[in-house]
Design a binder for this molecule. Structure first.
Ligand code: ADP
Length: 484
């Protein structure tokens, strides 16, 4: 297994343009491939959170009044710095999060694209002139919502931050960020670059510390005008409740349980290859990961055989060695997969490949689970309804188009969905009836800088990326001017 020193990275909080030490005890950052402590990072609490909110509020008038082209210039500078520093950022990410180095590099490149896309889009936040009686002029102006509180997860520890911060600052907002406790280093490394790019003090601030304490202050504050959150449905609901009394704007990107349907007329090779590649991306720890695989009975045996063969070729290891897939984020993540596996097999599901935790030899101290294919999954099993967040492909047989749509929709979640088919009627019908915020047809590339990403039902609301993503950070003001 690769051994590498952690690249140089900040461990302090970044508030009002300054690196400060936290008032609470430091917290270790663990490498999930080895179980080793990489470094300890500073932790703040109530005091630091309030200071950061004040700093963001103080920075707002100047930042929001700046010409959009000037904001774009800084954002493009930031994109250049991220691109130049890609190797270090990706190495830090792999060491604290576990994903293979090439996937970490891909995530950094996505940051570069997001920053450039939003830098441009921030200059096109258009208002409107509405046809009016001759006595008046009617205008619609779009203004920045104000101070934004952003809370992000560990699965994409760099891009989840950039896809929130870049539309926010492009629209003229200022931000207080609270990244996930397991992956603070990727966030800190980004803050170093925001600092180096020359953003005015207080425009972006980062807090590390107890999530519940920081989350409560951010969501209850009347100075914070918007909460943007990506994470579990459970925490999302808590934040929503806490944000309700101040009636602030909220965006929620929560859990998912994506169906992946293969119809009998599909290009099977494409479908299977895409399934396995997508499923093992980030080791299945993705809210859009295919989690319930519906195979039509006519192609079930053939597809199963092809899936099993491809999964057997999946390599597992330390992300620095760039295997197909790395470890899970922590032991708790492993336990969740183990529980779903035990429940499913006790109720009759059959393990075709994998099925166990890996804890011997090079895997002994990390958090690994075998790439797994599970056949005969039914609705009485937890895995049918609960988000898996691990390297398991559960297979379900189906016969009828309308029935599989109903089963695919039988979930509290509504984030991503995928199906493979060639018949135009099937493509139109299924796209129309799937109750999901995103549908991939013969495709799983649903996350792009230009396209709206987000869910319905208990997967949340609001959209990230694209024009819709920037709209989340503006408020509409109607102005009527009497002219006669
Ligand atoms: P996951 O299960 O993927 O870890 P979480 O929802 O627990 O998802 O975590 C996503 C983010 O939410 C992380 O930054 C985490 O620290 C934060 N978080 C966890 N609990 C709370 C809370 N009570 N209030 C605010 N943020 C929280």
């Amino acid at each position: 297994m690769a051994k590498k020193d952690l690249p140089q990275v900040e461990t302090r909080l970044y508030i009002n343009g300054k690196w400060i030490e936290g008032s609470e005890d430091k917290r270790p950052v663990i490498n999930p491939a080895t179980g080793e402590t990489l470094i300890e990072v500073h932790q703040g609490g109530e005091k630091e959170t309030n200071t950061a909110i004040e700093a963001a509020a103080a920075a707002l008038p100047t930042w929001s009044a700046m010409a959009p082209s000037e904001r774009a210039e800084l954002m493009n500078k930031m994109a250049d710095l991220v691109e130049e520093d890609a190797e270090r950022l990706a190495t830090i990410m792999t060491m604290e999060q576990g994903k293979p180095l090439s996937q970490a590099k891909g995530e950094i490149q996505t940051n570069v694209e997001n920053l450039r896309w939003n830098a441009a889009e921030g200059q096109r936040v258009m208002g409107e002139i509405i046809p009016s009686p001759a006595t008046n002029q009617w205008q619609v102006r779009k203004q920045p919502v104000g101070v934004v509180g952003a809370i992000t997860p560990w699965n994409f520890p760099s891009n989840m931050i950039v896809r929130k911060i870049s539309p926010a600052i492009a629209a003229g907002c200022t931000v207080v960020l609270k990244p996930a406790e397991d992956t603070p280093l990727s966030a800190l490394a980004l803050m170093e670059l925001f600092d180096k790019a020359g953003f005015p003090e207080g425009v972006v601030n980062i807090l590390l510390g107890d999530a519940a304490t920081i989350g409560e202050i951010l969501s209850e504050s009347d100075t914070v005008k918007k909460i943007t959150f990506t994470g579990s449905t459970e925490v999302g609901k808590t934040l929503n409740e806490q944000a309700a009394p101040t009636l602030k704007k909220v965006s929620m990107e929560l859990g998912g349980h994506a169906p992946f349907i293969i119809f009998p007329d599909a290009d099977l090779e494409l479908a299977v290859e895409t399934l396995v590649e997508t499923k093992f991306g980030n080791n299945g720890q993705v809210c859009t990961s295919p989690n319930r695989i519906f195979l039509h009975k006519d192609i079930k045996d053939k597809a199963t055989e092809m899936i099993v063969e491809k999964v057997k070729a999946v390599t597992v290891g330390n992300g620095l060695d760039d295997p197909t897939t790395g470890p899970l984020i922590n032991q708790e993540g492993v336990e969740k997969v183990v529980e779903q596996m035990e429940d499913a097999t006790a109720k009759g599901a059959k393990v075709l490949v994998g099925g166990s935790e890996m804890n011997e030899g090079e895997y002994a101290n990390g958090f690994f689970f075998e790439p797994t294919v599970l056949d005969g999954v039914t609705k009485d099993m937890d895995i049918f309804y609960k988000e898996t967040f691990g390297p398991v492909i559960p297979l379900i047989e189906f016969d009828d188009e309308e029935q599989v749509i109903e089963d695919a929709n039988d979930s509290e979640f509504g984030l991503a969905s995928y199906f493979f088919a060639t018949n135009i009627h099937t493509i139109d019908n299924v796209s129309n009836k799937l109750e999901y915020g995103m549908v991939g047809v013969n495709d799983t590339e649903i996350s792009n800088s230009a396209t709206p990403f987000g869910g319905i039902k208990h997967s949340g609301f609001g959209r990230e990326n694209g024009t819709y993503g920037v709209e989340e950070y503006v408020v509409v003001k109607f102005v009527t001017i009497r002219t006669a």
